[in-house]
Design a protein around this ligand. Sequence first.
Ligand code: SAM
Length: 222
Amino acid sequence: MSLNLAHNTAWEHPQTVRLFANKPPDERMVAYLSGASPASRVLDLGCAGGRNAYWLARQGFDLYALDASWAMVEHTRNRLRPYLGQAVLQRVLLGRMDDLGVFRCCTFDTVLAFGVLHFAQSRAEFDRALKEITRVTKLGGRLLLSLHSPRSNLDGAVLRLTEEPSVYLRASGRKQVMLEPAQLDQWVGEWGFEPLAPTDEITTPTERGWRTTVRGQYVLTP
Ligand SMILES: C[S@@+](CC[C@H](N)C(=O)[O-])C[C@H]1O[C@@H](n2cnc3c(N)ncnc32)[C@H](O)[C@@H]1O
């Protein structure tokens, strides 16, 4: 099967799968969930090669993971099979972040969206994803996310803004939504998420430039 819903074949390359799979689990997620009840239901959106899903499955969390790349889904399923058995087929799903129709309303205690929301091609797609995240999160549930700031220099060149505010054009020709911390707080705040901690940012070198990542932790309020 070679279905790829991300419309970006780069995610299908075995090298890319390995690159993301071999990263250690997200430190903030580990710190945040280490004290949580394993009965917590967690959704890992854009799970890639499963670095976080693997940690969650090993800890015994009630885990679901979703990615738009078939290669990523397949890799994560294989990795989690020793812990979840055949249930991986229901737990690790091929799908898009802006259509979470497989999940009922108010299902998750925690939603993780690390490095995925910025792949929205427009504010409309970004908002559809936020609407879906809001729908599937329990009231009082948490959203941990990270995305690229427009101060990133990912391709070794100044980013080009498109005609739509906060939507930038990458060297690959693909668009990305990129937000400053205050903008991110505002955009997710419009869906009822309030910051649990100050939204911060971290800058790391990339092959051709640098990446500034904005990191937020939110709680869903009525
Ligand atoms: C940078 S990686 C994410 C990294 C992963 N969350 C982690 O922390 O290691 C981006 C992932 O998002 C997936 N992706 C891209 N667009 C998506 C979409 N619209 N819906 C769901 N997943 C998407 C890609 O296939 C890729 O696996």
